[in-house]
Design a protein around this ligand. Sequence first.
Ligand code: 4AD
Ligand code: MG
Length: 434
Amino acid sequence: MSCRSGVRGRFLVLFGDSFNAGRVMRQRYYIGDIGDYDGQEVTLEGWLAGRRSSGKILFLQVRDGTGFIQCVVGRGDVDDEIFEELAALPMESSLRVTGHVAVDARAPGGFEVSLVGAQVVSAATLEYPITRKEHGVPFLMDHRHLWIRSSRQFLQLDTPILTPTACEGTTTLFETNYFEESAYLSQSGQLYNEATAMAFGKVYCLSPAFRAEKSKTRRHLIEFWQIEPEIAFADLDDIMDIQEELVAEMVGTVLSERASELGILERDIEALERVKPPFPRITYSEAVELLNKAGHSFEWGGDFGAEDETVLSRQFDRPAMVTRYPRAVKPFYMENDPDDDRVTLSVDMLAPEGYGEIVGGGQRMMDAAQLEERMREDGVPIGDYQWYLDTRRYGAVPHGGFGLGIERVVTWICGLAHIRETIPFPRMLNRMRP
Ligand code: 4AD
Ligand code: MG
């Protein structure tokens, strides 16, 4: 993003030339454009959004409304006085920092600023009331004017329903005519999300998904809705943190805003009240052991079916995240586990009380050549996926995301016996009418 087309560019579009009228503009830098300043010294003006320290180094998260950036400062890099001030500065204090911008894949936004100077503009006079712990909705609404400062920067970008290719494998595709060509109804917006995540960092789509799956269970629909976030510069642990936060937030909101409806449904409220992070995180291999210990024999290597998931999810009192499924049971796009090449950096979230899978996702394969090889192995027609491979050819980054099935989550939260109750006009194996 160049300065002209970037955040400042948008400012100029809004305010026209009058923005500049009558005074000499000093150069302004915005975190949203930070990539333009790689290797340069910049001065950023913003608020303190987070802080970690490791011995003699401070890691400051600074936000300015266009984005967040990690600023690193070591004792001795700046005056002792300002170093001490930064080390104790309350969250949401305003500050001005000067430093050198550099690419750093480990930093949350991919860039980091090494500070050479800093100035507190205005120290917050109270401890900031919104922390990482859970807050109730009434509390957050009372602090709405501060809550809007939190980083909820996921951008919704819609993905197409008519697609030329499969996302989740060719066996469950609905085919239709697209003039002289064939098209398929989307199974998932994921592949498009991966492209938009490279453009906007954190994105999501909320979209219908179609699976021509001959499954007749109480948790399968042919047409269902998914919310699918996708995040650039994220690894498997980041993906799990977001899944956990999203699901806990959904349950918490239903508990506080829809208690009377839960009463009508005679839902066991206590079971929902336990849905608080941290959720258990176990590997597929551990899950297989758990199944066998529960007297439900299961061989390593296969995919969990509805029955296996039911048994598994009865072992936990809150949603559990199962990671690292074998290569063979997951789609081509899953990243390999660097510690065990039999398995992938995948994660499914299983709802408790026997409900089973509500979320599926993971870290995506990053290397273009490796991904292409994997696609060939799976018999994926590479020609149609060139645009997708471009997401790896032009600035690949570690990234990942997940799909949360709306009707599956509603079935579980409402304690329903069958998914057909959650959607006005269910499409199932043996039902397309009314
Ligand atoms: O696990 P799935 O197949 O994953 C994907 O489609 C990924 N591309 C998502 C991503 O990473 N962006 O589906 C995701 C979720 C499942 O966990 C489940 O909740 C729901 O979608 N789902 C269904 N819900 C109802 N009926 C079906 N037939 C479903 N298939 C999947
Ligand atoms: Mg799945």
